[in-house]
Ligand binder design. Structure first.
Ligand SMILES: Cc1cc2nc3c(=O)[nH]c(=O)nc-3n(C[C@H](O)[C@H](O)[C@H](O)COP(=O)(O)O)c2cc1C
Length: 132
């Protein structure tokens, strides 16, 4: 199993409807491409975790990276992991209001994951909380 994690900056005027469209197209494509994962958004950042077959993940990420609804796409982590972590989620999503901290949300989302993957996502959440 191959996973890729990135952060990006939503375009300034992004709306809830934009994000709903992203999720709808994403879930449809991901189901077809054997990709699962999560997309977390607050007003300043997207954090996305994608997993699946390497070629499919890279192809999907290339498509996502050129999407004009976000910019400053930065890969945080890429490579092989033991098993699929989110077998039931074509793309789980959470919108976090500015006042909330990301860590409790992410901690809850990764509770069925292997410890190392869970830890890595919680570390990103913590770093973001510190920067917020
Ligand atoms: C933050 C963000 C996350 C996205 N996540 C996915 C995804 O997980 N899977 C996917 O296929 N497209 C995703 N997209 C959408 C792609 O960039 C692209 O618009 C879409 O795959 C095109 O699908 P279509 O050709 O079926 O319309 C995402 C876009 C953004 C901005």
């Amino acid at each position: 199993m191959y996973r890729l994690v990135y952060i990006s900056t939503p375009k300034p005027d992004i709306s809830r409807t934009d994000v709903e469209h992203i999720l709808k197209a994403g879930r449809k494509n991901n189901a077809k491409n054997g990709i699962t994962g999560l997309l977390i958004q607050d007003r300043r950042r997207f954090l996305q975790y994608l997993e699946g077959e390497a070629a499919q993940v890279e192809e999907t990420f290339a498509r996502i990276a050129s999407d004009s609804r976000h910019s400053a796409v930065i890969q945080l982590k890429v490579g092989y992991i033991g098993r699929r972590q989110f077998p039931n989620w074509e793309m789980a999503s959470k919108y976090i209001d500015d006042v909330d901290s990301l860590l409790p949300v992410v901690t809850d989302m990764v509770k069925n994951c292997d410890r190392d993957v869970a830890q890595e996502l919680m570390n990103f959440a913590e770093a973001r909380d510190r920067a917020a």
